[in-house]
Design a protein. Structure first.
Lengths: 161, 219
């Protein structure tokens, strides 16, 4: 018998396709799990609408449910209910360990360029806050590029959203 | 699906918005590999990906009412059926000043449109608009930074002057006064949706080529 708890455990093993150190549950994109006999409904919100990994995430979630012997239904919710605040503390730790600075907490309004330029973002390699914004945009929609003036290492900053 | 079907005029608005984002995303992607420097290559590629992602979400929403799917709406319609503003169709590659001018004017107009859609009675549209607004904040930052950098430059100012009537055409007439105020220019006669620029046929041809090459293929 499949239980919601078992589904959550299985989904916690599904890696993010772009940043495999973190799981989709750590990332907070799995919103809800509902078990109805052999059917399992998983509610999923993409991080960014332009994220190219969306389809892969959906397929992987469905496969994880199928591996438990249940029939998956993956519902994609395209609203503002996912924010980077939903990344778990464990997820933030894993991001930092692999060289991504985790996102800042979300504020009432979206961040401004002045904030990105002046706030003390911490380098995930040496811990220095003497870092500067190199590019608002990076290799995927969810990341910016910063440069640490102290250890002279470029690093990726998860955008707050 | 909403309990009650949204009015068809609103679905048309969503479709026109999706067409804007798809075509502008396409135009932005033309800078990939040829931007003035590497950081802008990355930026314009990422912005293009963002706009096309927004187009997909909007097409998905419209497809829920109209039938079909996002790909069919994006690529299977006849050129004349697209409702994008002529503004987003203009081929501007190799003219960086004009590209920045369009980017800044479009993002400013788009912020007005998105703010209005966030208030929509169509709950899914309002929710989607709220998500888009958070993402577009990064596009707006980028556009604002460049507009400030190039502000006062003769080529940039001339491009803004030339593109201004086109930019107004992105919005509904009732929204245009806010755009005029935001960019500090008088409202003039807009270049409206419903007509296409002469470069549009080639753009549509190229954009739909892969999809048409093997109808019904799964990628």
């Amino acid at each position: 018998m499949v239980t919601a708890e078992k589904v959550w455990e299985a989904l916690a093993e599904v890696p993010d396709p772009e940043i495999p150190v973190i799981s989709l549950v750590d990332l907070g994109v799995v919103r809800e799990v509902e078990v109805d006999g052999e059917r399992v409904r998983v509610e999923f919100t993409p991080t960014f609408l332009g994220c190219p990994a969306q389809e892969v995430m959906r397929t992987q979630l469905a496969e994880a449910v199928r591996a438990l012997g249940a029939e998956p239904e993956i519902d994609v919710v395209l609203d503002d209910s996912w924010s980077t605040d939903r990344i778990t503390p464990e997820g933030r730790r894993k991001l930092e360990e692999s060289g991504f600075a985790p996102p800042e907490p979300r504020a009432a309004s979206a961040p401004t360029l002045v904030q990105l330029d002046t706030r003390a973002f911490r380098c995930p390699y040496c811990g220095s806050t003497d870092t500067k914004l190199e590019n608002i945009f990076g290799p995927t929609p969810c990341r910016s590029i910063r440069y640490c003036q102290s250890c002279r290492q470029p690093f990726e900053q998860f955008k707050t959203i | 699906m909403s309990a009650q079907a949204p009015p068809s005029s609103l679905v048309e608005t969503v479709l026109a918005f999706a067409d804007d984002e798809l075509v502008l995303g396409w135009r932005d992607s033309e800078w990939t590999g040829v931007a003035p420097f590497l950081e802008e290559d990355v930026a314009f590629s990422s912005i293009a990906q963002g706009e096309i992602g927004h187009a997909r979400a909007l097409y998905d929403l419209a497809a829920g009412v109209l039938g079909g799917d996002a790909d069919a709406l994006a690529f299977d319609r006849e050129p004349g059926e697209y409702r994008c503003a002529p503004f987003v169709e203009l081929p501007l590659v190799h003219d960086w000043a004009a590209t920045v001018a369009r980017h800044w004017l479009y993002e400013t107009a788009d912020s007005i449109r998105v703010a209005d859609l966030m208030q929509s009675d169509w709950a899914e549209l309002a929710g989607l608009a709220a998500k888009m607004d958070r993402e577009e904040a990064y596009h707006r930052m980028h556009a604002g930074m460049w507009a400030e950098k190039l502000g006062g430059d003769a080529r940039f100012e001339a491009a803004v002057e030339r593109l201004w009537p086109y930019a107004l055409g992105v919005l509904e007439p009732g929204q245009r006064a806010r755009l005029a105020e935001a960019v500090g220019r008088p409202e003039v006669e807009a270049v409206e949706r419903g007509t296409h620029d002469e470069g549009y046929a080639a753009l549509h041809e190229e954009m739909t080529m892969v999809r048409r090459s093997i109808p019904g293929a799964a990628w």
